[in-house]
Design a protein around this ligand. Structure first.
Ligand code: CA
Length: 422
């Protein structure tokens, strides 16, 4: 890996992304995250995703999704405070430097569909007063007025608006260039390495593509939609530079987890965007907006952490809700074993058994998931012959793959086992 600013970061995708916040985190959250950096790095994460960094209309009360002054990351006394909800600019830079010194990428949450907090001005495009005067931002940078928002003379509207907020007109060359310049500043002056794009359903995919072409880094878009073809269309509109959060897989895993055993486990085969285009799929089972997977959540994590796609772990699941040990084991199995393509070895109404076929130093692994009410055994033909297989979760007894690769493996009710050669 090439060093970034003197830091050598882990190859992105070699590990797992941690979403390092949740809704309504305590004030000065950057300090909390900083304290956890050594533990996060030791667990095998390669990337932390931080909340939107800019000062917003609602200041300390906001989670950052209503940006006002893009260049105020907790530096200027406006909107009620110097810090953002998450802390000061210097605390943010300290956090980023610490993370990078441990080899972690740092992902910024980029909100460029809409703004808030502008002053009222006469808008000739609407023949009315609109809250589109952002000429008073304390940073003095990226000043905006009515024609930088829809309806603009450059473009009357784009794909969508959010909650009635002023909607940025990226077709205005000034807006496009200012956003890219801001991205370069976030990269060079603040130290962010990668980008999570909020609410990309609301604007042109080419804006994300342009950002990534000019700023670089890994980018993932929040395109909240269950249609895989819609997601692949959006990825294409970014010139294949961006990945997308795998909402289709999320809802499939929710249906499994909350299905009471009635979910057809065959639906897990090649599920979601990860089953179609794994190199553009960022998978997750919970985030700050959506937490609907409860009953079989650990099994849902086993699916994303051992499958193709780039998995994301939610902070609360890891630090607050008791999944840390299970996730640590799954991350270590992922990095040590879960390489290569995927073969579905068996699936029926209650069982889903898949094998990662191995790649390079990663020998492969078998995941067996059971949403039924009893222990279940199943004969499958694996890639290993005359080989002892052990369940890394410690739930099942060791088994032996015969000379033709066949072995009977087991999983407990509403749980999973993970089989590796030993
Ligand atoms: Ca829009």
């Amino acid at each position: 890996m090439l060093p970034v600013d003197g830091y050598t970061l882990r190859p992105l995708g070699s590990g797992v992304m941690l979403q390092a916040f949740y809704w309504d985190v305590p004030l000065d959250w950057y300090v909390n995250v900083s304290a956890k950096i050594p533990e996060i790095a030791a667990a095998g994460f390669d990337n932390i995703w931080l909340p939107p960094p800019s000062k917003t209309m609602n200041g300390r009360y906001s989670m950052g999704y209503d940006p006002y002054d893009y260049y105020d990351l907790g530096e200027y006394n406006q909107m009620g405070s110097i810090p953002t909800r998450f802390g000061t600019k210097s605390q943010l830079i300290s956090l980023i430097n610490s993370a990078k010194s441990y080899g972690l990428h740092v992902t910024a949450d980029i909100v460029i569909n809409h703004n808030s907090g502008g002053a009222s001005q006469w808008n000739p495009n609407t023949n009315s007063y609109t809250w589109t005067d952002f000429s008073g931002v304390a940073s003095g940078k990226f000043l905006r007025g009515y024609n930088d928002f829809h309806p603009s003379t450059y473009e009357w509207a784009d794909e969508g608006t959010f909650g009635g907020y002023p909607d940025l007109a990226h077709a205005n060359p000034y807006v496009r260039q200012q956003l890219i310049d801001w991205g370069i500043w976030l990269r060079d002056d603040i130290g962010f390495t990668d980008w999570r794009f909020d609410y990309v359903k609301g604007y042109h995919g080419w804006m994300v593509g342009d950002w990534l072409a000019n700023v670089g880094g890994y980018g993932v878009g929040e395109y909240w939609d269950t249609n895989i073809n819609t997601l692949t269309g959006w990825i294409a509109s970014t010139n294949y530079r961006a990945s997308a959060f795998d909402f289709p897989l999320y809802y499939t895993l929710r249906d499994m987890s909350e299905g009471g055993g009635y979910f057809d486990m065959r639906n897990l085969a090649n599920a979601g965007l990860a089953g179609t285009d794994p190199f553009h799929a960022t998978t997750f089972v919970a985030n700050h907006d959506t937490n609907e997977i409860f009953t079989m959540k650990e099994m849902a994590y086993a699916y994303i952490l051992l499958s193709e796609g780039y998995p994301t772990v939610f902070w609360r699941d890891y630090f607050d809700w008791g999944f840390k040990d299970a996730i640590n084991l799954l991350i270590s199995i992922r990095s040590g074993y879960a390489g290569g393509t995927t073969s579905v070895l068996y699936a029926d109404n209650d069982l889903y058994i898949m094998q990662r076929n191995g790649y390079g130093s990663q020998p492969g692994v078998i995941l067996m998931m059971n949403d039924g009410d009893t222990w279940k055994g199943q004969w499958v033909q694996t890639k290993w012959t005359n080989q002892r297989l052990v369940d890394a979760t410690g739930r099942a007894y060791d088994e032996w793959a015969n000379g033709d690769g066949w072995v009977e493996i087991w999983a407990p009710p509403k749980s999973y086992t993970v089989w590796i050669p030993a």
